[in-house]
Design a protein around this ligand. Structure first.
Ligand code: ADP
Length: 648
């Protein structure tokens, strides 16, 4: 210890010196300062200890990582610079059946990838430089929206749609030494999307069928066989159904009330040469020749049944080998008036809930379509008698009401399901909010298709409303509820709605003071519909960064509302036609994702609404410069204060 309290390490060597006569003379003390060495030794020991701890931590970490790696629901693959597999987790081994085909996975990259027939999601073969592994080895990171969906043919024969995300792995010198790929099986999601889409298309086609009031109504001769036109419509429906549900066989058969006799309306799946005798055979029988009484009871209770009809007499005679038949009832009032029967190509696997629901919806619609056809025939016959005509009109009205309801019901269910899924997803996201990297972005990926599906349902709903409106217009049954109202308020409300739904697209509202309080006699809802339509077209067809200007101005004894956009504009030739039913201008494309193409009905409905109001519509436009769609309505006549301006 030094005087100042610090410690000093010394090595002390002592030697005893003697005189020549060997007497002890003195000691020699050698003091060597070894403080530094001791400090170094202590440091060394400390380092050793720390290294030990670090090593143990690394082992623990690795184990932890491995556990995570193994327990991940997604398949993970680690590969080297040549694309050889270094490591894979349980999920991946299960997904690709790696343990069953061990040798195949040891093959060099090219041979291995070729085994899987890698294709893009549309089924086109992927060129080598587009293989996810290649892209990663070339330094690309396939994360977030860069992840790719690939179709693969698995060694056990399954076709899987795999979403592949991943990134390169680099060494200290930033050289790529391999990469990681994360696989997710999205086959089912895709099938669901496809099925929803198919269901939409069917419903839409059926919707069109329901509201198609043939222009040729006047051309039909009253003698024309009603059953023939019903057969033609029925045949289209069966073909459609068979196409959507991939059927081996499908038919629509009516059940005559009272006699219970069957009338075969349409079918697909039997060879042409057998057409005659099958029709005769069916028409000489009743439902009970095919089905047991309790099955018929189920049908009467509006339930779908699935039956093996191999033992029915007709089927036995025909060698058609009909297996698992799905039979959906057509009910009118409380009565069973017909059945839609079908057999899927893969009927052995049974029918999914969705297929059953869809078959049921189609059967209902088929009945509506046939009913409409019958009403039309009656209408034709009733033309002579005004009274009967009124009755038929009333029933037609009722029919439109039911049709609208039937068409929307399946959509409501689908929408409900989507919203439920979205809520679940939100909850899951909240739970996982700590893990913002991979899982977060994957949840985003599910989020998008769901939001898209929801948007589609809304679009379909609008389409159905439009179709029903058009059918009302055509049947001369479009009516308005007229009241005195403030036009600027209606415009303001529509603009607010659209601003809320399209926060990124600027909508400028210009209302001159002179028109603030001006009144028109109008059907508020229908005028709102016109403004909505103009606005949503402007939003749909013009780029999001260019503002839309809505103006309300006075023009003599009228008020003029206009919606100006800076979209593609329309050539003079097209301007004439866009107001026609089902017309859509060529070359005009929706600018944004929400702008799904419509059916070309909106403007037709707008023009009709405004004409019913004794107003006028028009468009000023030139290609490349944008369009201004406008309408004008006569001002309400001035009334003494307190007097009523209501009118119908
Ligand atoms: P859709 O449902 O197809 O939009 P509409 O009847 O509303 O049906 O419009 C008919 C057609 O008129 C559209 O398909 C489009 O080609 C054209 N159109 C309508 N609005 C605009 C616009 N603001 N700019 C350019 N083209 C438009």
């Amino acid at each position: 210890m030094r005087k100042d309290g610090t410690t000093l390490w010394v090595r002390l060597t002592v030697a005893l010196m003697r005189t020549p006569s060997d007497e002890p003379a003195y000691f020699v003390f050698i003091f060597e300062d070894i403080s530094e060495r001791v400090a170094a030794e202590e440091e060394h020991a400390r380092l050793l200890e720390r290294e030990q701890a670090a090593r143990m931590e690394a082992v623990a970490r690795t184990q932890q990582l491995e556990a995570i790696f193994e327990s991940m629901a997604d398949g993970v693959l680690v590969f080297d610079a040549e694309g050889n597999i270094i490591q894979s987790n349980t999920a991946l081994r299960k997904l690709l059946q790696m343990d069953r085909f061990v040798e195949s996975f040891k093959l060099p990259l090219h041979q291995r990838v070729n085994l899987f027939e890698l294709r893009d999601e549309d089924g086109q073969p992927l060129p080598e430089d587009q293989w996810p592994i290649m892209r990663i080895l070339h330094g690309e990171s396939l994360q977030g929206k860069n992840a790719v969906d690939t179709l693969t043919h698995q060694l056990d024969g399954r076709d899987l749609l795999l979403n592949q995300a991943g990134a390169p792995v680099r060494d200290q010198d930033n050289r790529i030494i391999g990469g990681v790929l994360v696989f997710r099986d999205v086959t089912e999601r895709r099938q669901l999307e496809r099925r929803i889409k198919k269901a939409f298309t069917t419903l839409l086609t059926l919707a069109e069928e329901v509201v198609r009031i043939p222009d040729e109504i006047g051309k039909l001769s009253p003698e024309e066989q009603p059953l023939n036109s019903i057969r033609a419509v029925g045949q289209r429906l069966v073909e459609l159904t068979s196409h959507v549900l991939e059927c081996r066989f499908a038919s629509i058969t009516l059940v005559e009330p009272g006699s219970e006799r069957l009338i075969l309306i349409a079918r697909v799946g039997f060879p042409l040469e057998d057409k005659e005798w099958i029709a005769q055979e069916v028409e000489q029988s009743t439902l009970s020749d095919y089905l047991e009484p309790e099955t018929i009871e189920h049908l009467r209770a509006n339930e779908v049944v699935i039956r093996d009809v191999a033992q029915a007499p007709l089927v036995r005679r025909s060698d058609y080998n009909l297996g698992n038949l799905l039979i959906a009832p057509m009910i009118a009032g409380e009565q069973l008036v017909g059945v839609l029967a079908l057999e899927k190509r893969s009927s052995a696997q049974g029918y999914t809930e969705e297929e059953i629901a869809l078959a049921k919806a189609i059967a209902k619609l088929a009945h509506l379509v046939i009913e409409r056809e019958r009403l039309q025939q009656e209408w034709l016959a009733a033309r002579a008698s005004q009274l009967a005509l009124e009755e038929t009109n009333r029933r037609f009205d009722e029919f439109l009401g039911i049709a609208g309801h039937e068409l929307r019901t399946p959509l409501t269910t689908i929408k409900g399901n989507i919203q439920l899924a979205l809520r679940r997803l939100q909850a899951l996201k909240r739970q996982e909010s700590g893990d913002e990297g991979t899982l977060g972005s994957k949840l985003e990926k599910i989020d998008r298709p769901l939001h898209y599906a929801e948007h589609r349902v809304n679009v379909q709903n609008r389409m159905i409303s439009d179709l029903l409106d058009v059918s009302r217009i055509q049947a001369g049954k479009f009516t308005l509820v007229m009241r005195s109202c403030n036009l600027t308020e209606i415009v303001r409300e529509a603009v607010e709605d659209q601003r809320y739904a399209n926060p990124d697209h600027a909508i400028i509202l210009e209302i001159s003071e002179a028109v603030e309080k001006a009144q028109v006699i109008a059907d508020e809802d229908r005028i709102g519909q016109v403004i909505h339509n103009y606005l949503s077209n402007a939003l749909k067809y013009s780029p999001v960064d260019l503002p839309i200007i809505v103006r309300v101005e006075r023009e003599g004894e009228a008020l003029r509302v206009s919606v100006q956009d800076k979209g593609p504009g329309l050539p003079i030739e097209e301007q004439k036609h866009i107001w026609e039913r089902f017309y859509r201008a060529k070359g005009v494309k929706a600018q944004n994702s929400s702008g799904t193409m419509g059916m070309g009905l909106g403007l037709h409905i707008c023009r009709t609404i405004i004409e019913y109001h004794h107003g006028s519509v028009g468009v000023q436009s030139s290609p490349g410069k944008g369009s201004t769609f406008w309408f004008s309505l006569p001002l309400a006549p001035r009334t003494a204060p307190g007097a009523h301006a209501d009118a119908t």
